[in-house]
Design a protein around this ligand. Structure first.
Ligand code: SF4
Length: 213
């Protein structure tokens, strides 16, 4: 459906353009107290990475500590694995006019007591996501990385493994992936069908979508 270049603020009070939306997210400090209470006591550093015309959406969970430091999404080993899965080099992946990276929270949430990243704060989705997605539509291909993105975009309530195994139900417009973190290397080894079947189909679809630009 064709969109007007302007869209509604998440709270419906005024019209903004996409670049204004990026600017407002960049200045968001809603989670300042929450992050100050974590072990890292960090300040919010939103990483909104999208622009007009993107055809491919990467919907992830939340930036990690390294991305918090660099301000560049998937600027880590997980990003290297994700780019390999997509068949994209860094130049293509970071072209905001073609690829939008929209995690379920735009800031690093900190670590839990086990040293694992905390889940994305729900307030980020509640405040920003519908507005961002309205700006980005129409998207030709959604790549959903992890449970939180799969819940938002697919309404899935099952495990990531179940949703990924059911990938043909969503392709070719949407691919659900496990997180490309090293923590999932064991899962990848136990499920060779993922790299044998899902990845070739994903790469072919990415190529098709970006060639149509
Ligand atoms: S996580 Fe989202 S809501 Fe929280 S401060 Fe960052 S941009 Fe704002």
């Amino acid at each position: 459906m064709a969109r007007h270049p302007l869209d509604i603020h998440p709270h419906g009070s005024y019209l903004v353009r996409m670049d204004d939306l990026v600017t407002r997210i960049s200045h968001c400090r809603l989670c300042a107290d929450r992050f100050a209470a974590t072990a890292t006591r960090h300040a919010p550093r939103p990483v909104p990475w999208f622009g007009p015309g993107a055809r491919l959406l990467i919907a992830g969970q939340a930036p990690g500590a390294r991305v918090h430091a660099s301000g560049i999404p998937f600027d880590d080993a997980s990003g290297d694995r994700l780019r390999d899965w997509l068949g994209l080099d860094r130049a293509a992946f970071y072209d905001r006019s073609r690829v939008a990276v929209v995690p379920m929270a735009f800031c690093f949430p900190g670590y839990d007591a086990r040293g694992v990243d905390l889940p994305p704060p729900a307030i980020c989705r509640e405040t920003w996501h519908d507005a961002v997605m309205a700006e980005l539509e129409p998207i030709a291909l959604r790549v959903l990385v992890g449970a939180h993105a799969q819940r938002y975009h697919l309404g899935s309530r099952g495990s990531v493994a179940q949703t990924v195994a059911d990938w043909r139900a969503h392709a070719p417009g949407t691919f659900a992936l496990p997180h490309p973190s090293w923590r999932n290397t064991g899962w990848l080894k136990k499920n060779p069908w993922f790299e044998a079947e899902v990845i070739p189909a994903l790469r072919a679809r990415v190529k098709e979508v970006l060639q149509d630009d």
